[in-house]
Write a protein that binds this ligand. Structure first.
Ligand code: PHE
Length: 339
């Protein structure tokens, strides 16, 4: 019996040295020390022993039990230490390694220049107004003194939703909204999308952006218009930039002008960029027509104003030397990342 006990002890130690997870350890505990374990089954045979042998074997059995228990406890500690070490190794973090850079988006060139233009006008005391892209015929045409037979109303040029509702063809519609809501002094710009039924090419897109400007107050003259536009262009294109006004016609301004900016490429001498003109057309402008003022409830005998409409794409293209408008809408990151 003594031999059997000693054999159990060495067997247990043997098995313990081989395990390396706590679950297997528990199995060993049950196998050797459990109610149906090996040690118990030997103790059950104690009855067969003589009175002298019993205490000796009993003591030995207790000793074996204690020793196995101790071995298990020690092994548990060792295994836990090993597992911790393994976990620490796996989760090792070298804070000195360079991090992965987050890819941050950037502004589209249209927005870069728009932000700049907004800043310039806010510096002159202008507010920024917003208006609907789906518009009533009244705001887009009628209130702006565009008679029903005006060619701009042609379905060739305009996206109609119903006979009376359309996608705005110009931000000038916002002039009417602003003048209906607010009495002079008025000083606003209104950037936004406009739509025309044009086929896509290097200089046309059915969707593009305009920035409308409107100033209405007592004593506003054409020289206020010229001064404002000159300042804008000098800020955008540099102090030596010159502008030129050519007579034109818009139904909602009188007099009207088209405004050209000196070609930044050749400085006015004429080159391929400006088609030998020396100047590049950038916007339409003029003094707000008295009929438009009175359509909006503003007395043209008391107040006068100027308005202008800039094409944002054109300004951006001139600014960066972009020769194809489609580049601004194709969302090709190889192009957009350059700004
Ligand atoms: N709305 C005109 C256009 O789209 C531009 C313009 C605006 C002209 C304001 C005069 C005054 O061509």
């Amino acid at each position: 019996m003594k031999d059997a006990l000693l054999k159990i002890k060495s067997l247990a130690n043997d098995e313990l040295s081989k395990v390396n997870d706590t679950k297997a350890l528990e199995e060993i505990r049950v196998k050797f020390l459990g109610k149906k374990g090996e040690l118990t089954s030997i103790l059950k045979q104690m009855g067969k022993l003589s009175a002298e042998e019993r205490p000796v074997i009993g003591q030995l059995a207790n000793q074996v039990r204690t020793e196995i228990e101790e071995s298990i406890t020690n092994r548990v500690k060792e295994i836990k230490a090993l597992m911790l070490e393994k976990k620490l190794k796996e989760e090792e973090l070298d804070v000195t390694l360079p991090g992965t850079k987050a890819t941050i988006g950037k502004l589209h060139p249209l927005n870069i220049v728009l932000n700049e233009i907004e800043d310039i006008f806010m510096g002159m005391g202008f507010d920024i107004a917003d208006g609907p892209e789906v518009e009533y015929d009244y705001y887009n045409f009628e209130a702006l003194n565009l008679p029903p037979d005006h060619p701009a109303r042609d379905t060739q040029d305009t996206f109609y939703i119903t006979d009376n509702i359309l996608l705005r063809t110009q931000t000038s519609s916002v002039q009417v909204h602003v003048m209906e809501e607010k009495k002079p002094p008025i000083r606003i710009i209104s950037p936004g999308r406009v739509y025309r039924s044009d086929a896509v090419d290097a200089t046309h897109s059915p969707l593009f952006h305009q920035i409308e400007g409107l100033v209405v107050d007592k004593g506003i003259t054409m020289s206020d218009l010229v001064g404002t536009l000159e300042l804008l262009m000098k800020r955008l294109y540099g102090d030596d930039c010159k502008i030129r006004l050519r007579p034109h016609h818009f139904p909602f301004t009188e007099p009207s002008a088209e405004v050209d900016v000196m070609c930044f490429n050749c400085g006015g001498k004429g080159c391929s960029m400006c088609k030998d003109e020396g100047y590049i057309e950038l916007l339409g402008a003029g003094m707000v027509h008295p009929k438009v003022l009175s359509n909006c409830g503003i007395d043209p005998e008391v107040y006068s104003g100027f308005a202008f409409g800039l094409g944002l794409e054109r300004i951006v293209m001139r600014r960066y030397g972009i020769n194809d408008m489609r580049l601004l809408f194709e969302n090709d990151l190889r192009f957009l990342n350059q700004f």
